[in-house]
Design a protein. Sequence first.
Length: 159
Amino acid sequence: MMHRFTLCGALGALLSLSVAATELSCPDLATLTQVNGCPSEEELQYTYTGYCSDNAMAYANKTDPCIRYADYRKLKNLALWESADGKFDGYVSCDLPERQWQGFKPTGIKLAAPAGKVARLICSYPQGINFTYRTRETCTIADAQACAKDAAACRASCN
């Protein structure tokens, strides 16, 4: 019988750990890790030709970036980065010098409407940089009014 109580106690402890809320704050851009490299100019030109010559895209009216190569390049010249803990990820323009954007502080944090069962916590930075945490958990922002004043000090919890 003692084993049963010990086992129940252990299961209870495990369950309480899984219910604990995850505390999140926007990542420090200086600690990010680059996941993939920037595309070469040759790759961008090659994919521009392929993307913009696709009849299905033209018929679907999805060729706005095809009017000028510069527009397409701005849209696609990106690299994927992730936070040091791997929770947040986002794309950053390869045209922005790292030393410039790595010092950016968050300008906002918001919860996006769930896409299916996945909730998204989005941290915004200058120059249109966003880093997103995706989860099936329910998230809340601790103090939305305080976050509006100082996004760098903002916290969210998910469980």
